[in-house]
Design a protein around this ligand. Structure first.
Ligand SMILES: [Zn+2]
Ligand SMILES: [Zn+2]
Length: 372
């Protein structure tokens, strides 16, 4: 076995790294090397290494032991792969959609159980700040009575006597062209190599039972449209002793009446009246955090954009911005008093129109610069 790398080195953090540093680094690396995503030859190896390092360093006791004794400490206990077995990784792992990634991996022996898919709908604000849902699903689970052996009391099924446990029957056929050896699945055990002599009562010898389950789903803050949550091991049980499949949850986000999202920013349009635009005003602007006061400068033009820092999409400890586009609203109807005031205004402003420079595109500017 090759010399083990230092766990801190594996995660690319200093020895004084905080839990948060560890988690961030781990998530980044786990995503980078996840075998469903990364098809490079050593990805899986790196993935395991990263998982092992994080498993030890994220546990205060085991980290302290590792700091004192190095890798010798980890041989005293612990089992390795946090993604293995039934259940989810410590924080509910999130990956974009990678359906099919695992099904085309070649495997010999036990097959992974089927993946399950579900869809949940959340509001725009829930997509910003996170949400929880219970989803109901029906899935095939390993039978509790026989633990999947399919035999009464969980006994090990005896080998098929017809094929001697190989699952196939070989026959030599004599033909005019010579001898042919053919191998066919054993019809007695249907190629399984074992005979269920005393079937388990609970599952009637199937090894799996159908169960209705309620799964608690945590949607992380800042999730975007078309992202999929993955719950490792929460899919269907394997038919032949392999690991469970995964549960993939597609998250749909209902559009909001006034907010839209663009990357990490939240966009909204604020209508102001002519006087506010001309004179400036302290206006109350709706954000996803509630209303905030914004000082609209005097002389604001319709279509002008302003940035409200850190009122955008949450991502980690950080936030995007809210971009407010001002739209100057010209009144459709005037009260007699307003009409009089506008008429006075018109007198002071004159009646000449002011031709505006043509709005030149980026390409026009490039052309000018190049002199073409
Ligand atoms: Zn059973
Ligand atoms: Zn057989």
């Amino acid at each position: 076995m090759a010399e083990k790398r230092d766990y801190y080195e594996v995660l690319g953090v200093s020895r004084g790294a905080t839990d948060d540093d560890l988690k961030k680094s781990y998530r980044r690396l786990a995503r980078q090397y996840h075998p469903d995503i990364n098809k490079e030859p050593h990805a899986e190896e790196h993935f395991k290494e990263v998982n092992e390092a994080y498993e030890v360093l994220s546990d205060a006791d085991r980290r302290a032991a590792y700091d004192r004794f190095g890798h010798a400490a980890s041989q005293m206990g612990g089992n390795g792969d946090p993604f293995g077995g039934f259940g989810q990784s410590p924080f509910g792992d999130i990956f974009e959609t990678f359906f099919g990634g695992s099904t085309n991996r070649r495997r010999t022996g036990p097959q992974r159980g089927a993946d399950l898919q579900a869809t949940i709908d959340i509001t725009f604000l829930e997509s910003m700040f996170g949400a929880e849902r219970d989803i109901e699903l029906t899935r095939q689970e390993t039978c509790d009575s026989c633990h999947g052996t399919r035999m009464k009391d969980g006994a090990t099924p005896p080998r098929c006597t017809v094929c001697n446990g190989t699952g196939e029957v070989r026959r030599v056929q004599q033909t005019i062209l010579g001898q042919f050896m053919t191998a066919q699945p054993c019809s007695s055990c249907r190629g399984e190599g074992v005979t269920i002599t005393e079937p388990c009562d609970a599952c009637r010898g199937r090894g799996r039972v159908t169960r209705a389950r309620s799964i608690n789903v945590t949607v992380p803050a800042g999730i975007d449209e078309n992202q999929t949550l993955r719950y490792t091991g929460q899919g269907e049980a394997s038919t032949n002793g392999g690991p469970n499949g995964n549960l993939y949850i597609k998250v749909r986000i209902e559009p909001h009446e006034i907010f839209t999202r663009q990357g990490r920013n939240v966009l909204m349009t604020a209508g102001v009246n002519v006087a506010q635009a001309a004179l400036g005003d302290a206006i109350s602007v709706e954000t996803i955090d509630g209303p905030v006061i914004f000082n609209l400068p005097a002389g604001t033009q319709s279509g002008e954009k302003f940035r409200l820092r850190s009122h955008g999409v949450p991502s980690g400890n950080d936030r995007g911005d809210q971009i407010v586009t001002v739209q100057v609203l010209i009144p459709h109807e005037l009260t007699p008093e307003q009409r009089e005031l506008f008429e006075q205004l018109a007198d002071t402003m004159g009646s000449e129109i002011q031709p505006q420079p043509h709005q030149r595109s980026f390409f026009d500017k490039v052309k000018d610069a190049l002199g073409v």
